[in-house]
Write a protein that binds this ligand. Structure first.
Ligand SMILES: *Cc1c(COP(=O)(O)O)cnc(C)c1O
Length: 220
């Protein structure tokens, strides 16, 4: 199967999940996760018309995306991996969306870089729904205060919440929990669901699904 075929197949599954959930497929954005893959491997997805991609490392994205964005200026790049504050300048310069805002220091760093570069990104707050110590994301109890700080003090454009459920747990309850949190905060976007569980995430309200393996193949 080609990357073009894989994208069509994933789009078909998104369609079916939307139909089951009585939602419009236009309300679900497929974020093609191209981490670890070279620019040459990513290019067919762009040539097939896909425009929204996710990368988890700033440095890796810097090595391949400037040339791809030259050829496809309307490509939009989401940062889906944890961001160290000292890489914020590079992240704000390259990415259109930062999905992993999870602490006040990072929110403030993004705010000051936005001002310095005169550039705005959209932000998701990453929530550690499984409260796993090794995982990024704000603890659920601290999510409300962080969203308030991002909006009021930092002036970030917070569009929604993002989560990565624990690998060894049923994802649906985590997705439902994230949706409830977002509702309480008046946030509309929900980035949740990967290759193994994006149909479930869509049934639980995902507006952004981050799919890598099902599009580009197994990562080494
Ligand atoms: C790698 C990654 C994905 C994509 O995972 P697949 O299982 O390959 O679809 C999604 N979200 C995040 C945060 C990731 O790091």
């Amino acid at each position: 199967m080609s990357i073009r075929d894989n994208i069509a197949e994933v789009a078909g599954s998104i369609d079916m999940a939307c139909r089951r959930a009585d939602r419009s497929a236009a309300d679900v954005q497929l974020v093609a996760v191209s981490k670890t893959w070279s620019a040459d491997h990513i290019r067919p997805a762009l040539e097939a018309g896909h425009r929204v991609f996710g990368e988890n490392r700033v440095q890796e994205a810097q090595q391949k995306w400037p040339v791809l964005k030259d050829d496809f200026p309307d490509a939009r790049l989401h940062l889906i991996g944890s961001l160290q504050s000292n890489k914020t300048a590079d992240a704000v310069a390259l990415f259109d969306v930062i999905e992993t805002v999870d602490r006040p220091k990072l929110a403030r760093a993004i705010a000051s870089e936005q001002e310095r570069q005169n550039r705005k990104v959209d932000c998701f707050i990453q929530v550690n729904t499984g409260e796993e110590p090794q995982k990024g994301g704000v603890a659920p109890n601290d999510a409300g205060p962080l969203v308030a700080l991002c909006r009021e003090e930092a002036g970030l454009n917070v569009v929604g919440l993002m989560c990565i459920p624990p690998a060894d747990e049923e994802p649906a309850p985590h997705f439902a929990f994230l949706r409830k949190l977002a509702r309480e905060m008046g946030l509309n976007a929900l980035s949740m669901g990967m290759s193994a569980d994006y149909p479930v995430a869509i049934e639980q309200g995902a507006t952004h699904v981050r799919v890598g393996t099902a599009i580009f193949g197994q990562r080494r």
